[in-house]
Design a protein around this ligand. Structure first.
Ligand code: 4AD
Ligand code: MG
Length: 465
């Protein structure tokens, strides 16, 4: 039988039985008595399988002793209970076949020693072989699967919203343009330069910044829907919290007002954090030991403690009376900066906060105007250690109020004709939010830079792979 490393270490085959395992060499040590210890990984779990190979193997001198980090091998051998501490089972090899050598071991980038995250980013194609990126990948997967389970169990339909779109869903003007350039027949400007303004089959098109507008159309038919896919933002911000391409989870619920929306966000975060704690104890133990010792307790806090709910207006007063000198001063009406969000979540209440009812002037066109006519029914979820991880709102479902808002914001009604139709035909109150998936992965793992929680980061000056 063939086993993964995870299955092997979990004791799926009993001691004494013969099995096959395939993977990559992380380390190899030769002992004087004519035997070697080879540790192999295959991505299935944090742990590695220790293989003991000795000079009874016909290729021991010719191949086994020449193995280096990164070689791929297939081993057939006997399961033995391990004497060494830290692992329960190891393998005594009966046959070892080298599937792929490492061409030049001295220049192989992924050596079994700590590398800087910058160095690993430059080797994004090989970094999944490291402990940290392997662990991050499994945690990321666990979160993604839990997001789908959460919605599926509650009767949500998963909607595959388009990536190429005509609309600026956030109205923030941070769009990447899509064009149909025929490389053999490039359009030219008068000066002879390539005309990059060429449109998408004759119509202006962009990469989507959010699936929300499209998912609203399905919400006003299917009632409970969500989208989970890549989104793109051309904000040229070189920070550890922003990517040009990131994944977003966006549920949208018909007949739901802001308080229910906040409850849904809290339940979802609790569900997915619990899934990681249950499923990825091996990886989380590593993150707690090597990356951020608070990462497990932060996830436990999300699962166990109720989130604080707070009005924007109250938050501003708390910040003004905090006695702290912030880099950006706070007044009613300003957008909160990450330093403010972190003060509120970390120092003031010490747990996640759902901040609600923001001034309308700092929020998107689609958010529902409150009766005070100064604020909109918006909410952000702020988590200690990271700040905003979720942004959402109740949507403006009243056509006249929506049109007045478009007008006031100098947005063109015709650009939103189909979105306005949703308000003309059977409109209902509805709400939704967006979880920045990489912010969530960073939160769970404690990894500081958002570029290290996505397989191939896209940010200013990084799109090589
Ligand atoms: O607050 P945002 O812009 O909200 C929306 O896009 C809404 N359409 C969501 C909705 O109501 N359906 O973005 C949502 C979240 C943020 O809270 C943040 O976590 C994340 O997406 N985010 C980013 N993550 C990585 N890189 C960026 N450049 C991000 N911009 C936003
Ligand atoms: Mg936001």
């Amino acid at each position: 039988t063939a086993l993964s490393v995870a299955e092997f270490l979990a004791g799926k085959a009993s001691a004494g039985s013969d099995v096959t395992v395939k993977g990559w060499v992380r380390t190899k040590k030769d002992s004087k008595g004519g035997f070697s210890f080879i540790n192999i990984h295959d991505g299935s779990c944090f742990g590695t399988l220790q293989v003991v190979a000795d000079n009874k193997l016909p290729n021991y001198d010719s191949e086994v002793t020449k193995l280096t980090t990164g070689c791929s091998i297939e081993v057939f051998g006997t399961v033995v209970e391990s004497q060494g501490k830290g692992q329960s089972f190891e393998m005594q090899a009966k046959e070892l076949q080298v599937l792929g050598w490492v061409e030049d071991p001295a220049t192989y980038p992924i050596q079994p020693k700590p590398h800087t995250m910058e160095f690993l980013r430059e080797n994004a194609h090989l970094r999944p072989r490291t402990n940290i990126i392997g662990a991050m990948t499994r945690v990321r997967n666990s979160l993604a699967q839990a997001i789908h389970r959460f919605h599926h169990q509650r009767g949500f339909n998963w909607i595959h919203t388009p990536l190429i779109t005509a609309s600026d869903a956030e109205g923030a003007g941070e769009l990447f343009r899509v064009s149909t350039l025929d490389l053999n027949n490039l359009p030219r400007t008068d000066k002879g330069d390539i005309d990059f303004s060429q449109d998408f089959f004759g119509k202006e098109a962009f990469l989507t910044v959010s699936g929300q507008l499209n998912v609203e159309s399905y919400c006003l038919a299917m009632s409970k829907v969500y989208t989970f896919g890549p989104t793109f933002r051309a904000e040229n911000s070189n920070t550890s919290r922003h990517l040009a391409e990131f994944w977003m989870v966006e549920p949208e619920v018909a007949f739901a007002k802001l308080p229910e929306n906040a409850d849904l966000a809290e339940s979802m975060l609790k569900y997915i954090c619990k899934a990681v704690l249950d499923e990825r104890q091996d990886d989380m133990a590593f993150f707690a030991q090597r990356v951020d010792k608070t990462c497990i307790s932060r996830l436990e806090q999300i699962v166990e403690q109720d989130f604080e709910r707070m009005e924007y207006t109250d938050a501003v007063n708390i910040l003004k009376n905090s006695g702290k000198s912030f880099e950006y001063p706070v007044e009613w009406g300003v957008d909160l900066q990450s330093e403010h969000e972190r003060y509120l979540a970390e120092e003031h209440v010490g747990r996640p906060i759902i901040l609600m009812n923001y001034p309308k002037d700092i929020k998107a066109f689609y958010m529902r105007l409150n009766d005070d006519e100064k604020t909109v029914a918006a909410m952000d979820v702020l988590a200690p250690g990271i700040g905003e991880i979720i942004g959402g709102s109740e949507r403006e479902e009243r056509l006249d109020v929506f049109d007045a808002r478009l007008n006031a914001m100098d947005l063109n009604k015709d650009d939103y004709w189909w979105y306005r139709d949703l308000r003309r035909y059977g409109t209902v109150p509805h709400s939704g939010f967006g979880l920045g998936f990489e912010r969530m992965v960073a939160y769970a793992t404690g990894i500081k830079n958002i570029r290290d929680v996505i397989p191939f980061p896209r940010a200013p000056k990084s799109a090589e792979f």
